[in-house]
Design a protein around this ligand. Sequence first.
Ligand code: ZN
Length: 266
Amino acid sequence: MVEIAFNHATVRERADMLEFLDLCAERGVQYVSIWGQEIDKVGEDVALRRMRELGLRTLGYHRIGPFTDKGLSEAQRELERAARFGADHVYLFTGGGLEQSHIAGERARVEQAAADLLPAARALGLKLAIEPLHPMLAGDRSVFSTLAQANAICDRLGAGTGVVIDAHHVWWDPELDQEISRAGAADRILGFHVNDWQIPTRDLVRDRGMIGDGVIDLASMAHAVRDAGFQGPVEVEIFSDKWWNEDPGVVMDIAMSRCHDVFDAI
Ligand code: ZN
């Protein structure tokens, strides 16, 4: 059976971090991805204690960024907190940043900032995760849109960097399979986020589909990720007004059932 992890964002509107952790433990989920802003709401000491009591482990920590002066000045603090939570990787959230420069310049600036952060991340045993986001988000959320870009950055920056493959963001890419293989060959796949792309998609950030409700060939993508050597869990990450309005436990149960339907045979 497939191992399933949950990103807190999937149920964050109706379950605070402590409730989320309890819901995971009740379902036998061992790995979670967490958010600094949600830790702040319940208190770091309380959140850490609950994680330890429940025996849960952190995959991804959100996040460093946006890559403004303010976001970067907080980066060291975010890295240290991610390390306290035992995270495997920390997300770089570039933001758009296009008010002051064009996209090529912004990509170069962000990559240099990531390079500058890397020694601190390495010292804390954390990997910096580059998660390409859908190109329609390039203006305001991420200047990195393809897995090829993410792989190229990791090639340049070296050890301590990796990629997260999010189905919603990269499913359309004709070079996806070869770039998944490339990432696997370099042993840099840090995560595989599952969700779906709905037609129509009414909002680019808040209308992701439940696994199986859209048009993504998730089974093929999962095969590619497995064939590339990734052994980690599939991570459910759904930002959706529709699902945020539902009971969090029900949403998680539906997601787990769908994951078993799609991924158990892979
Ligand atoms: Zn994601």
